[in-house]
Design a protein around this ligand. Structure first.
Ligand SMILES: *Cc1c(COP(=O)(O)O)cnc(C)c1O
Length: 409
């Protein structure tokens, strides 16, 4: 038997696509919450209040809006559970995460025979996967064309694809779904809490999923926000759903959503953690008091600072999201991406490579919305590049960043 020493995890700078740097207030709530069971009145009140705050964050009147315990993929599993074997689906992936979501869709839409034919990577006849190359955005026009031709029941897209840092055409997607009578499902894992949008403005989308650790900033493992329109819930009522724990209707009961209405009491679904509820509640309070619009503006402003700084180092930025930059190294450092990232990570500077081809570097700014924090990120990335043999003048880059912030102030 081996009993290992206490696990110590150092504090690193989370400067990747996610998770972001958890707000100390969220951690404080997590650590200072008393022990109380999942039906204790303040824990339940916290869940009911969080549900209401989540509706403001999503910009929706959807009654079925709540948190799924777990990570982003837990929320996605819940919304993608709308899809039953044999359903006709078109998925529009353009990178790592929407690629994984498309795999989930293929698993859920497979018949028993299709699943058995290739259990880890099924290819059901009812699912069409329309790939948009890495580095490009899914266009509404393409969605419109494909839906016109295939006439599926469901269509899927990521709002912001974090693998390549690309923003997809949400309005075009929703409009195409409306036009062709298709029910849209969207992965908003990377956009919720970063972009300022109201899901009710996209009526073609009937189900949405996000995550705790990107824009919402509640990593200590809490809740993946989800929201369903009445139309999506009507489908579940009519046809059912092959899951208990991620069941869109049953899971909602613990958040005081019963028979399509808010009720003052929770109905037991699973043993929710008082610590997670308190942390998630605090994260929502933080983001709503900061202001959705103000936060979106701050991300855009600081992303531009980072973008210009890495361009001054000779990098080529191919992303258009505001929470991270995805870049190609200058020619002289081509092929050294993984070494550069590994070196940075070994020094507690948590940047990332892309997880699927082509190899690029991703630097994120989640919850790093100050000139001091961006300066730290730029400085550490400059050091990592210089160590790999880059030839730029770091002082010049840092001065450029300084004047960006000076001009704005
Ligand atoms: C991060 C991410 C996911 C996965 O979220 P987890 O919290 O790792 O489960 C899914 N989709 C997108 C677009 C993401 O950015």
């Amino acid at each position: 038997m081996t009993i290992y020493p206490t696990l110590e995890v150092p504090n690193t700078l989370a400067a990747g696509p996610g998770p972001g740097n958890t707000d100390p207030r969220v951690l404080e709530r997590f650590a200072n919450t008393g022990i109380a069971d999942h039906m204790q009145k303040d824990v339940v009140r916290g869940m009911l209040e969080a549900k209401e705050m989540l509706r403001d964050l999503w910009g929706t009147k959807n009654v079925y809006t709540y948190g799924v315990a777990g990570t982003g993929f837990s929320g996605l599993d819940c919304v993608l559970s709308l899809i039953l074997p044999g359903d006709k689906v078109v998925a529009f992936p353009n990178g790592t995460f929407s690629g994984i979501d498309s795999l989930t869709i293929r698993m859920k839409a497979s018949t028993a025979e299709e699943l058995a034919a290739d259990p880890l990577n099924p290819r059901p006849a009812s699912v069409t996967v329309v790939e948009t190359p890495h580095g490009q955005s899914v266009s509404g026009k393409n969605v419109d064309n494909v839906l016109a031709e295939t006439k599926p029941m469901w269509a899927f897209m990521a709002h912001w694809e974090t693998g390549s840092g690309r923003i997809n055409d949400l309005k075009g997607f929703s409009d195409a779904c409306m036009k062709h009578g298709v029910m849209g499902i969207v992965d908003a894992v990377s956009s919720l809490g970063v972009a300022d949008f109201n899901i009710d403005d996209y009526p073609g989308v009937v189900a949405w999923a996000s995550c705790p650790q990107k824009g919402v900033m509640s990593l200590p493992l809490t809740y993946a926000p989800v929201s369903f329109t009445d139309k999506a819930i009507a489908m579940v009522k009519k046809r059912g759903c092959r899951t208990y724990v991620h069941h869109p209707i049953l899971d909602a009961r613990h958040w005081g959503i019963v028979n399509d209405k808010d009720v003052p009491n929770a109905v037991y679904h699973q043993t929710h953690s008082c610590y997670a509820v308190a942390a998630f509640h605090e994260a929502l309070r933080i983001i709503l008091s900061y202001g959705r619009q103000r936060k979106a503006d701050a991300y855009a402003y600081h992303e531009k600072a980072l973008r210009e700084a890495v361009e001054a180092m000779g990098c080529d930025v191919t992303s258009d999201m505001t929470s991270l930059v995805v870049l190609n190294l200058p020619t002289e450092l081509k092929g050294k991406e993984k070494d550069l990232v590994a070196g940075a990570r070994a020094n507690g500077f948590g940047i990332w490579p892309t997880l699927s081809e082509p190899v690029q570097i991703r630097i994120g700014i989640l919850n790093q919305l100050s000139s001091e924090q961006i300066t730290e990120i730029v400085s550490r990335f400059a050091d990592a590049m210089v160590e790999m043999g880059a030839g730029f003048d770091k002082a010049k880059v840092m001065n450029g960043l300084k004047s960006y912030y000076a001009q704005a102030a």
